[in-house]
Design a protein around this ligand. Structure first.
Ligand code: ZN
Length: 355
């Protein structure tokens, strides 16, 4: 048995408010605990999105009632809210900006709408950018111009990791995260994920080429954090004519990483730095007292959706053989998960920005 600190996942789509048929604060935080994750940072593109004081309260009220692990909520950048967001910064994980995909209240149609957010949001907290390829380059230019930290969500491409490496060498305040599905899957895996339902392979950023995947591994020192981008959709939705992009990931993160450690692809120090230490530092999160994860590093098992707590009912890693099983999770001295069962009630989780 080995004992690890509780993992922190900086990129989780909880789906509440608004889409609780996919997931809610109960099932998302249960999935987190089962995966050895004791703190999640929740994304703001819910329905409604979290983009002002009243919508932030909506998410935080639901979390307070239902969360079983600790959490923080992101706020989202829209065309009209750059003036009010700084007053919410101390209650939020950070500011999420969707620079590529544009939808609803969080659409940022042109770069003039980025400017007030880069200008106004307190520099103590990072701006988290969904920005792919050349949009990412624009986001890094903004970080340089405004001299403030940005964190690039879910990098997946060779050109992205190489540009971030160069930007870091020049002293630009940029950090980044990578998702397990971009480390362990490439576009070549889409047929085996899909089982004849192409929607199951849909995720944004898309699964990349083998060369891109290899570049993430060879530039592991450039990557600051592991993040799941846990984005649950039901199988019915994934198999429909208009499949929404996204994979669940909270319960497969640690077993996949431990398997990579076992195979010598990753060091345990890398795992701890990127799944706990760096994430805590980038998002200014407190250490969770008397919190740990006991892992049976020799237990081998097969990933099965039927054993998961996420409501979405599937995983792109179905049938994968992994080595390293979460046996017990202790959160603030309480046993929160043990031998496949959640042991804490809804509402046990704390908003860590409220302490
Ligand atoms: Zn996401």
């Amino acid at each position: 048995m080995i004992r690890l600190p509780g993992l922190i996942d900086p990129h989780v789509h909880v789906r509440e408010p608004g889409q609780t048929h996919k997931e809610d604060w109960d099932t998302a935080t249960s999935a987190a605990l089962a995966g050895g994750v004791t703190m999640i940072l929740a994304m703001p593109n819910t329905k409604p999105p979290i983009f002002d004081s009243s919508t932030l309260d909506l998410a935080l009220d639901a979390a307070k009632q239902k969360a079983r692990c600790d959490y923080v909520q992101f706020v989202g950048a829209g065309p009209d809210n750059a003036d009010i967001l700084p007053s919410l910064a101390s209650k939020a994980a950070g500011l999420k900006m969707y620079l590529d995909s544009t939808f609803g209240e969080l659409r940022l149609d042109d770069m003039t709408l980025w400017m007030p957010h880069f200008q106004n949001y307190p520099k103590d907290y990072p701006l988290v950018l969904h920005s792919e390829s050349r949009t990412m380059a624009a986001g890094i230019l903004f970080a340089a111009i405004y001299d403030r930290p940005v964190h690039i969500a879910h990098i997946s491409l060779k050109e992205e990791v190489l540009l971030i490496k160069t930007a870091k060498e020049r002293g630009i305040k940029v950090t980044c995260e990578v998702c397990p599905h971009h480390l362990f899957l490439s576009e070549d895996d889409i047929p085996s994920i899909s089982h004849g339902h192409p929607g199951r392979g849909e995720v944004r950023p898309r699964l990349a080429t083998k060369e891109d995947v290899d570049s993430l591994w060879t530039n592991m020192d450039v990557i600051d954090c592991f993040a799941t981008d846990h984005a649950p959709h039901t199988l019915e939705e994934k198999d429909s004519d208009n499949p929404p992009p996204g994979f669940p990931g909270l319960e497969t993160l640690l077993p996949l990483l431990l398997t990579a450690v076992d195979r010598g692809r990753l060091t345990m120090d890398d795992l701890l730095q990127k799944a706990v230490v760096n994430t805590r530092k980038i998002f200014k999160l407190p250490e969770q007292a008397e919190t740990w994860v006991d892992v049976d590093e020799n237990a081998e098992y097969e990933i099965k959706a039927e054993n998961q707590f996420t409501r979405c009912g599937w995983t792109p890693f179905e049938g994968w053989k992994v080595k390293g099983k979460v046996r017990k999770v202790v959160l603030r001295r309480q046993t929160a998960f043990e031998d496949g069962k959640i042991r804490v009630e809804q509402g046990y989780g704390q908003n860590i920005r409220e302490q």
